[in-house]
Ligand binder design. Sequence first.
Ligand code: C2E
Ligand code: CA
Ligand code: CA
Ligand code: CA
Length: 275
Amino acid sequence: AKNETRGTFSYFESGMDARAQSRRKTEIELRDAIQRDVLRPHYQPLIDLSTGHITGFEALVRWPHPERGMIPPSEFIPIAEETGLISALGRSMLRQACSDAAKWPDEVRVAVNMSPLQFRVGNVLSLVMDALKQSGLSPSRLELEITETLVLEKSGQVLATLHALRALGVRISMDDFGTGYSSLSYLRSFPFDKIKIDQSFIRDLAANREAQAIVRSIVSLGKGLGVIITAEGVETEAELRCLRAEGCHEGQGYLFSRPRPNVDIVGLLQAQKDA
Ligand code: C2E
Ligand code: CA
Ligand code: CA
Ligand code: CA
């Protein structure tokens, strides 16, 4: 690691532009943060829109930085993907999410984001099996969120992994649905249990007829395929009313709760029980 730091200084001096330097700095600090194990998942509830109950939580990585405060994932996930650090980051999030969730009530699930890169470089199946075994979490309480980028690769290996995960009882969610450029044909060949409608379609749902038509189509698609439909980024009562009217199953967003650290989760679940 010492050599690497020395190498870095000469690299900085050699006239990289400011943006490249700041990325390089973030990369070095991120590698260090992963090594020191300071990245933590925060958890945002998934709400059953017919009962109002919490069905589970999505794990979202947080990086508490000594000078910069809490750095949002948008500022380091792309760098982690470019540098390969996403493997170690993803493994750590999966482990932490499973061991946190193992202490939650039995019916509460945890959803973990998986980068397409993790499927490309690592053995996702053994990664997941290890995390489940270490934590004692039942596979049926784990959901993995993947994106269209992954299914677009049309890899037999990826397909086999997804089938094997499902055979274990792990659920597969299609994240950010509607933002990719793929055709719908992959819905036939790829196995999943849930579709998450991207928050760009939820925004202005109450006022925007086009957004309403899109959400309505996705909900009916989901019903036809027998998969759960979750709306992301629900911020207002008006959006919630529309989603209920369209028969959307599940919601997630600031209206219900911001992502919160694990210490808050048990209290959140207790408050729901008492309500
Ligand atoms: P995502 O998977 O689509 O996660 C949802 C994002 O929307 C989260 O941003 C969440 O905090 C935010 N959000 C939730 N409700 C609302 C709302 O009502 N309004 C608005 N405006 N935003 C809302 P976050 O935590 O900043 O994460 C951003 C992205 O970073 C995630 O998008 C995901 O793609 C990626 N990410 C986060 N954690 C991980 C991780 O552990 N592994 C990987 N591979 N990617 C991650
Ligand atoms: Ca997600
Ligand atoms: Ca999403
Ligand atoms: Ca997203």
